[in-house]
Every structure is written in structure tokens, then in C-alpha cells.
Write a protein that binds this ligand. Sequence first.
Ligand code: AMP
Ligand code: GLY
Length: 431
Amino acid sequence: MNILLLGSGGREHALAWKIAQSPLCNTLFIAPGNAGTQACGTNVPLSNTDFRKIGEFVIENTVELVVVGPEEPLVRGLGDYFRTEPALSRVAFLGPGSQGAALEGSKDFAKKFMIRHQIPTASYRTFHQSQLAEAKKYLEQFSPPYVLKADGLAAGKGVVIPDTLESAYKELEEMLAKGKFGEAGNTVVIEEFLKGMELSVFVLTDGKDYVILPEAKDYKRAGDNDSGPNTGGMGSVSPVPFAGRDFMKKVEERIVQPTVRGLQKDGIPYTGFIFIGLMNVKGAPFVIEYNVRMGDPETESVIPRIRNDLAALLLAAASGKLAGKNVEVAPETAVTVVAVSGGYPGEYRKGKAIHGTDKAEGSLVFHAGTMEKDGVLLSNGGRVLAVTSLRSSIEEARDATYRSLRNIAFDDMQYRKDIGKDLMTVNTAAT
Ligand code: AMP
Ligand code: GLY
């Protein structure tokens, strides 16, 4: 079978690497891909939002399965396009239509969904442009910090957590009155701050049945010890020691099942991934956010732990045949560290020569933002590489990843030195 994977980051390289190993996979196309995905299949210069061109490519190349990496094409309705165009409706498409994708595309929709289906989440209210005064008043009942979320997609920047009431007022004004996030911020969700440990849980569903993939912890801040600005993610670890069996049982019963059932009850057909951002609040799971895709860089530590034929699993999910399927998970720990361009998540330069990716023995080097020009590997983004090692302990996995990173170099390459360190304390205390 020919498969088309949309996207170009580390997440897509990890997916491509795994899909390409499947005996079911004939040609894997990645659009647009990066220098790393080129080694797993054929890169195709297609824009993820040019639905007509994607459809034509699928027909011309007898693609039978389409897998979507990022959220934007889904929120914009690529799933609906495939399901309604007669020539494409027989193609297995993994990803929800725009209605289901609103779980990520609209914070207000997601909150209403959770309340409707009694899924634990922070208490909240939604405010529109004309309600600035009411929104300010609502804030007063909370103690700091305050959580303000732009309703729409804001490239991962739409959540602001001010420490004081004054700065929260100011943010609200900027969002509601001054258009800080454009249209995405014309509507703002204000919610209770949840204190606890955060993790990412991944579900693959065909709309009726589901499987839970390995969970992961993401390190979002740019600097060591969670300092500095928020980023797309600087590293990840899977499994997460504070997500034990009891906790994951609560996640499944209180969150995963009501989410999948809720979609069915609401008449929203859904195939694809549901990424649940969770807070473990004293042993009880609360949903912080839904995403309709896999996480990045969580995918780079989750996928290497999956032993199944991934193409078979994704095809089953896309065609309503997940019933009876199980995910076989490697017990080892994966530690992923992202090498970024100096300056990221602010301004940074691209086009720097990358050396040593062949000297990362015992690790997987996933490309996040790279390109190849005249046979030279060049950086092409803020997040450049994601290096993963799978070992029998978190200590060994960290050592292996950091050893590999020391062999890799590009001008002004930076990475966090403490990925996974916080999760070792349990082990250290026990020994
Ligand atoms: P999001 O863009 O929804 O992933 O939010 C970004 C980050 O803000 C999350 O990963 C959390 O760390 C934090 N966050 C969002 N909502 C809350 C909340 N209600 N309580 C505490 N932290 C939150
Ligand atoms: N790593 C978080 C995300 O993919 O949104």
C-alpha cells in the first residue's frame, strides 16, 4: 500500500521511520518532509493546506492511507474534504473532520465538550470581546497565577499565565481589546490554575474503539530547571514514573472512555489521535487540553517504544477496525532531547551545516528542522534535531542521548541538559 504522511517535523520523521518498517508499506510519501524523512520514503513538495493538490496527488499515486501529522489541515477541514470528494472517499484517512478537530481548534468548544460529558477539567468561563469588564471581575475570584487562553489556534502561544492580577488585566485587555492573537483571541477562556505534575497521554481511535499509546512527559521551557520562555518542546521521556497503573486506570475510566463515548454521543465521527494534556493533581487526572494529533517531541519517545506494525495499526484506526487490537509496548525508557538553534524560541538563524548525525551510535536521530542542499545537511528551523535513546533505565537512556548529542554539532547549537533529571529522583531515593 502507498501511504502519504503530511508534515515536516521531528514528529513526522519518527512516524515515517516507523511506518517505513511495515511490510504493508510499499511507497511512503512525506509532504513536505525534511532531510531525515527523505531516508524513509519520498518527500513531496505539497502544502498541507492545498486540499485540491493533496487530493490529486493521492489519486495519481494510488495512495491508500493518509496520515496527518499537524493539526492545521485537520482544523481547516482536510478530513471533511477527503470524506466528501467522491474520488477520495475510499481512501483511508487518519484524522478527524473539522468538527472533531475543534477539540484543539477551539478551547471554548473543548471546555463545553468536557463539561457536557463530565470529564474532569479546570473550572472556567468564556468571554467575548464585549465582555472585558465581566472578564476582569471573574478573574478576581481566583488566587494567582491566572490562566488565560485564546480560544482559537495561536501557534502554541495562546496560553498566558500571569502571576499578578494587574498583569492578568493587562493581558486580557491585549487579547480582547487590542487583538493580541488576532481573531484567535477575540474569545478568551479564563480558568482555574491546576497545580500538579503534567503529562501527555495519547489515544488512537476509530471513533468506536480505542487503544492507549505510551504516555510521555514533555519539557516545554527553553532553559534548564524549567526556566525561560515556553517552546514547542525541548525534550520528552516515556514512560512517566508518576503515571502508574492506578493513575492510568483513572485516566482511562474518567477521561479516555468518556471522551470517545462523548464524540459518539455528539455525533462527531472521529478517526485519529487524541492527545490529552493532563495534570496529575494529587493522584487525580484533569484535562488541560486536547490536541487532535501526536505531540512533538513526545512522538519521538513514544513511537520507538511501540512494537506493533504501525502502518497496520493506523490503517485499522482509519478504517473502523480497531476492535480487538492491542498495543505492544517496550518496557524500556526513551529519553529524547531536542537540539535547537541559538535564539529559539525567539529569532534564530537557519542554514547552518550540521555535523555528526552519523556518530550518534545507539541513538535515533530524528530530524525536526533540516534540509539538504548540494549534499550538505543544513538546519532549517528552531528545533533542528531530536535525539532519542531507548534503554532499560532512565539513567542509561539519558547518558546515551547526551553522549550522542556531544558528537553532533552545528553553529550555536543548544539543548537542555536536564531532560529526565526530575524523574530520576524516585529511583535515586530508592537506591
Ligand atoms: P496549552 O497551550 O493548552 O498546552 O497550555 C500551555 C501550558 O500552560 C500547558 O502545557 C500547561 O503547562 C499550562 N496550563 C494550561 N492550562 C493550565 C491550567 N488550568 N492550570 C495550570 N497550568 C495550565
Ligand atoms: N509537545 C507539545 C505539543 O506537541 O503540543
